[in-house]
Design a protein around this ligand. Structure first.
Ligand SMILES: [Zn+2]
Length: 116
């Protein structure tokens, strides 16, 4: 399920409509409403060849167990062992993405900006 967009019509309340990203739990299908409620996961087990050969692998989002047991149910459904699961705090993902997507210091965009 991953990252989706949600359209929220608010004009009846006198506010502008918004479309916002939402992270949806891959186990229960409900939105993970705050970073502290969720984890992001991937299959980093030794037997998952794609990961170890640096091929792109799927990323999953789940509620932590104290929000209904999604983490445990997801691992069981995927056939993973709890001891071999790779998960990280959902709150760490935005900074990680920001670093990955940042323009290099001397990118074409920087050169165009300097030439203005
Ligand atoms: Zn869930």
């Amino acid at each position: 399920m991953g990252i989706k967009l949600i359209y929220e019509p608010l004009h009846k309340q006198g506010e502008p409509d918004i479309t916002r990203p939402a992270i949806i739990c891959d186990e229960c299908g409900r939105e993970i409403e705050s970073a502290g409620e969720g984890l992001y996961m991937f299959d980093g087990r030794l037997e998952h060849e794609d990961y170890w050969l640096s091929r792109p692998v799927d990323i999953y989002f789940v509620h932590k167990n104290h929000h209904g047991g999604c983490w445990s149910r997801f691992i069981e459904r995927m056939g993973w062992e709890e001891s071999s699961v790779t998960d990280n705090e959902l709150g760490d993902l935005p900074g990680y993405l920001s670093n990955v997507l940042a323009e290099p210091p001397d990118s074409p965009a920087d050169r165009i900006w300097r030439e203005k």
